[in-house]
Design a protein around this ligand. Structure first.
Ligand code: ADP
Ligand code: MG
Ligand code: MG
Length: 487
């Protein structure tokens, strides 16, 4: 049974009115996609998909997610620096997954020749769901006690973490829809949220550390970017914070065609020296359709430009690394403070290696015997790659005890508490539906060997989908932008 946490209005005229205002509000305030936008051309803006009202998140759970972020930033920065750990964690995957091997080869080549830039910038997003072990355990107000929910990490994004721009607008949109629906809220229930400001501050600081006032920031993007406005929010906030910094945009093919390294490894693109490369592409196989893209990535990695992220930071975001970090003693190897270790570990779900051997065999058996309780995850980003239920069972049976299964990890399936909301996106009628949410916490980190120049938690996002939908991406069409209503 789904809870109706906000007792949303159900009168059709009232809802239709709120929706019309909300749509225009989203268009007016840049909460938009540009479907089919090419980086050079123009196209019409459309509202990004959104929920009409915010979704309830218990205060204690929200605080827990926010509070552990700086510890996660440090952990993941250190993981990326630890060659032996990365090699141990990824050695099985590299053998069977050509994409991860492609990244690994770049990382290794640059490591052996010596990294030209010790400083790295990371713009992270740590994603969580609230697992409910007991759906009946709801108070009369429809609000679950925090003891009935457990915060569980879904994954840690180290590359191209999106929606830091659009989501800032969502808080204001939802304050408006609550006002229209006559629902009071306080600033602690609907707190300010501006992840793009924190991300932009990271870029500005990295640019300053690079130390050439004439150098630019390159946003590395794909040719077609329907989520371009999310990136523009960051670009414009960089400009707000330092109007001297020029941001340029380019693709991997542009870098291949027009980029070069100077003798002292400056990265020059179209006559501009690049201080910081911010990757919003390059996280999936489709970004590398030929050797040209791979060689562009290698050139940037070899350069003195500050990379966001470095290839090793991208690798540290692999689901395989997440699973290896869940092993007993692994986090402790990177983080000294036992309180910090606990705050990180407390969010871990069950994670299982599928490497050859009895441990992997046991995990396969577990998943085949209860497919509804697990998710099979490959080393991919951007949504739409996980395998669930009967399909997972069938695949595991087919892969049997071949090395093919080492491409994947197995994860305990999380079951969030459903909540009623209106999801505004094409193809969904305007009715109250049962929804579940995933919460992301944004982090910004600048490291320089053992030194941390910057380590901040800088905001949050919520994305919500219909209950029963397996995947969760917004750009790929499963979920909508949302805001936590913190009670
Ligand atoms: P990606 O890097 O492709 O975003 P994720 O690990 O975030 O991969 O998985 C994609 C989506 O699948 C998530 O947004 C979430 O909706 C769903 N998902 C992932 N892991 C789990 C899990 N353990 N339990 C329930 N749903 C999950
Ligand atoms: Mg991801
Ligand atoms: Mg994800």
């Amino acid at each position: 049974m789904a809870t109706c946490l906000c007792n949303h209005p159900q009168d059709t005229d009232e809802i239709q009115h709120i929706l019309e205002v909300a749509r225009d509000w989203a268009l007016t305030n840049g909460m938009v996609f540009k479907p089919d936008a090419s980086s050079a051309g123009q196209s019409q803006a459309q509202c990004a998909p959104f929920s009409l009202f915010p979704s309830v998140v218990p205060k204690q759970i929200f605080q827990q997610a926010v509070t552990c972020m700086k510890d996660f930033n440090t952990l993941m920065y250190r993981v990326a620096q630890d060659h032996d750990f990365l090699e141990r964690a990824l050695k099985s995957v590299i053998k069977v997954d050509p994409f991860v091997r492609g990244l690994w080869d770049i990382y290794n080549q640059v490591r052996e020749e010596g990294m030209a830039q010790p400083i790295s910038l990371d713009l992270f997003r740590n994603d969580f769901m609230m697992n409910t072990s007991d759906k009946k355990n709801i108070t009369s107000a429809g609000i679950p006690p925090s003891s009935a929910l457990q915060l569980r990490q879904i994954e840690f994004n180290t590359i191209a973490a999106s929606f830091g721009g659009l989501i800032g607008a969502a808080t204001h949109l939802h304050r408006y829809t609550l006002d229209l629906a006559g629902k009071p809220y306080t600033s602690s229930e609907m707190p300010d949220n501006d992840p793009a400001r924190g991300f932009a501050a990271g870029m500005v600081k990295a640019w300053e550390l690079y130390g050439n006032p004439d150098a630019v920031i390159l946003f590395l993007v794909s040719g077609i970017e329907s989520n371009i406005i999310d990136q523009r929010w960051l670009e414009f906030k960089v400009h707000q914070q330092n109007s001297k910094i020029r941001v340029i945009r380019g693709t991997l093919l542009d870098v291949h065609a027009k980029g070069s390294l100077s003798d002292d490894k400056k990265f020059i693109l179209d006559k501009s020296e690049v201080a910081v490369v911010y990757l919003r592409t390059g996280y999936g196989e489709d970004s590398y359709t030929s050797d040209k893209e791979w060689s562009a990535r290698l050139m940037m990695e070899r350069s003195r430009a500050v990379k966001c992220p470095t290839v090793r930071s991208q690798l540290s975001g692999c689901k395989k690394v997440q699973q290896e970090l869940a092993r007993s003693g692994a986090v402790e190897g990177f983080v000294e403070d036992p309180k910090a270790v606990k705050s990180i570990r407390d969010t871990f779900a069950g994670l299982y290696s599928l490497d050859m051997g009895t441990e992997g065999d046991d995990a396969v058996k577990l998943a085949i015997s209860s497919p509804e309780k697990y998710v099979l995850k490959p080393q991919r980003e951007g949504g739409g790659h996980n395998i669930y239920g009967e399909e997972m069972k069938k695949l595991l049976e087919e892969m049997g005890s071949t090395k093919e299964r080492e491409k994947f990890i197995l994860m305990e399936r999380i079951f969030p508490l459903p909540e009623k909301n209106y999801l505004i996106k094409s193809g969904i009628p305007l009715t109250l539906v049962d929804t579940v949410s995933e919460m992301g916490i944004y982090g910004v980190h600048i490291g320089d060997g053992d030194k941390e120049h910057l380590n901040n938690q800088c905001g949050h996002m919520l994305r919500t989908k219909m209950e029963g939908t397996d995947e969760g991406g917004i750009v790929v069409g499963f979920a909508v932008l949302d805001t936590p209503y913190i009670v």
